[in-house]
Ligand binder design. Structure first.
Ligand SMILES: [Fe+2]
Ligand SMILES: [Fe+2]
Length: 191
């Protein structure tokens, strides 16, 4: 689904400040839960989609708890959320009118989940190589969850629009996602 791979130097920048990285990760999981529930609020008509999004929000909320527990274990506290230029730039791609807006919202969510899966996998392998098995195990579990989430959002998009329309728009948005990511500096955050 993604059209680019994260640069190999990204891990060092992300891991350079574990407190900042984990705090950003906590807010990413919170926003993933909030976004799923906001889609329920905006599009309540399809019962299957509502149930899937509520289950997703529940799972994302459990990830918030897992990140918070890990922070406590490491003596770290959550910080105020800082603006996420990556998500903001992607959300700017949403077409304003329905039904296009709904389709775009589902596909942007799929891409953010896919990128989160890639990045959490890099954190898993980076921390494993650095000998921190606790962090490696933590990120392995969360990376696996994010992968299923990307596929779920594409499935939900295919309930909202014909598959060829979904595939064409996903292709466009994936190109934009790669451009947006390439323009951002590396930092101690998920994206
Ligand atoms: Fe998550
Ligand atoms: Fe997720």
């Amino acid at each position: 689904m993604l059209k680019s791979s994260t640069h190999p130097r990204w891990f060092a920048a992300a891991a350079a400040n574990l407190g900042a990285l984990l705090s950003d990760h906590l807010h990413c999981e919170r926003k993933a839960a909030e976004n799923a529930l906001s889609l329920v609020r905006r599009y309540p008509a399809d019962g299957h989609t509502v149930e899937a999004l509520c289950r997703l929000a529940h799972e994302e909320t459990s990830h918030v708890v897992q990140v918070a527990d890990l922070m406590t274990e490491r003596g770290l506290g959550p910080r105020a959320d800082s603006p996420n230029r990556y998500a903001r730039a992607l959300l700017a791609e949403l077409r304003p009118r329905e039904p296009e807006h709904r389709l775009d919202a589902l596909l942007v969510a799929a891409l953010i989940e896919a990128r989160s899966h890639e990045r959490l996998g890099l954190l898993e392998r980076g921390f494993a190589a650095a000998g921190d098995e606790r962090l490696a195990t933590f990120y392995r579990a969360l990376a696996n969850a994010e992968d299923r989430h990307a596929a779920l959002y594409v499935e939900l998009a295919e309930r909202a629009a014909p598959p060829p329309v979904v595939a064409a728009r996903l292709d466009d948005l994936a190109s934009r996602e790669a451009e947006i990511l390439a323009a951002l500096p590396f930092a101690a955050r998920v994206h």
